[in-house]
Design a protein around this ligand. Structure first.
Ligand SMILES: [Zn+2]
Length: 380
């Protein structure tokens, strides 16, 4: 039952036929866990608190730093040094005293993840570490909890939703964990408003799942480029060989995928700037093998003349086509897929592996200004 105050507070929800009193009561009984009170967790938790989600959990072991305030709108300049989880709790309760908020001043790890996630109906991933993203995905699959995942990088973001039995998981889309290689906000920088866009989007997805309305981002990776102001969507399907949701899953208990070996892999990959690659290609003798891991249609628009095309999603099956004795240089559009490809090659035992930092976009900018780089990958 909603109180008179609640009816007033949520009146703009109540007048939507898709929500109404019944829907608002569903929101009131919902329990949502937000991992990370950062750039994504700030808008996501504020909107979910405002919407009247009855129980919110916030996990964050960090303290508020001056550099957080450019995007983490839960916090104020007077709160530097305070616990993020506790400060977030106070802020959310000030916004909506009708709800209850649990603050967890701890890091989500393989040891505590099941215990922390179990009491909740749905998880919002607002973490900024790839290893944590895989851990959350795995625990949500194991515990059969819906998950709304998002990630941001510089001017770009991506989001997807997992619902048990209804679609693929994060590991179906990105089978390999390559933590230590993808820089987080602290290292790469991020446009402050970008997590605002994606955190709000995560809150919308979570409410839709609670209400069972609309079409969630199942099997769809939604991406946004703030520089071009362009949204794109890539469809993907469940992998029968997925390590966590597949037919013979090897991951049955949570594990920290940031195994020590991952950073070793990162160290073994040579990172080439466009000018360095250009210089390398001018050398006579012992030519490297260039592998463009973009999709066929991107490759067909433009590529380096020496490059062969093996899309990233086919690479683990086709690594044998690459002569391991030579140096393998992986190339993609912006440098993320090539880094993943390089880690696969290292793990397969290739001794000399490099990738083009910034991808063909950087190459076009620095070396061949007339080159047109294809926009999107569309697999499936
Ligand atoms: Zn999966």
């Amino acid at each position: 039952m909603l109180t008179a105050d609640e009816c007033a507070r949520y009146s703009r929800h109540l007048s939507l036929p898709e929500i109404g009193v019944v829907g608002q009561e569903k929101i009131k009984t919902a329990r949502i866990l937000i991992v990370g009170a950062g750039g994504l967790g700030s808008p996501a938790s504020l909107y979910l608190a405002a919407a009247g989600v009855g129980t919110l959990g916030i996990i964050d072991h960090d303290r508020i730093d001056l550099s957080n305030l450019q995007r983490q709108i839960l916090f104020e300049s007077t709160q530097l040094g305070a616990s993020k989880a506790d400060t977030a709790r106070a802020r959310l309760l000030a916004l909506n005293p009708e709800i209850s908020v649990q603050a967890y001043n701890q890091k989500l790890t393989a040891d505590n993840a099941v215990q922390l996630i179990q009491p909740y109906d749905l998880v919002i991933d607002g973490s900024d570490r790839l290893a944590t993203r895989y851990l959350i995905n795995d625990v949500c699959v194991i515990l059969r909890k819906p998950l709304v995942s998002a990630a941001i990088y510089r001017f770009e973001g991506q989001a997807m939703t997992y619902v048990p039995e209804r679609g693929p998981c994060y590991r179906c889309l990105f089978p390999q964990s390559i933590d230590g290689m993808v820089p987080n906000c602290a290292e790469a920088g991020v446009l402050g408003v970008l997590p605002g866009v994606f955190g709000a989007l995560q809150a919308a997805e979570a409410l839709k799942i609670v209400l069972d309305i609309g079409t969630p981002l199942l099997g769809r990776l939604l991406t946004f480029d703030a520089l071009d102001m362009r949204w794109q969507e890539f469809k993907f399907t469940r992998r029968l060989d997925c390590a966590v949701c597949g037919e013979s899953a090897s991951i049955r208990t949570p594990q920290d995928s940031a195994a020590a070996g991952q950073s070793r892999v990162a160290l073994l990959i040579e990172r080439l700037q466009p000018r360095a690659l250009h210089a390398r290609l001018q050398l006579i003798g012992d030519p490297p093998i260039l592998i463009d891991v973009r999709e066929n249609h991107e490759y067909s628009v433009s590529h380096l003349p020496e490059a062969i095309n093996i899309p990233l999603r086919e690479l683990s099956q086709r690594l044998g086509e690459i002569r391991a004795a030579a140096t393998s240089i992986f190339i993609c559009r912006s440098g993320a897929r090539s880094l993943a490809a390089a880690s696969l090659a290292i793990e397969a035992g290739h001794p000399s592996v490099a990738h083009l930092e910034g991808g063909m976009l950087a190459w076009a900018q620095d070396i061949e200004p007339a080159m047109v780089v294809a926009d999107a990958l569309k697999f499936n």
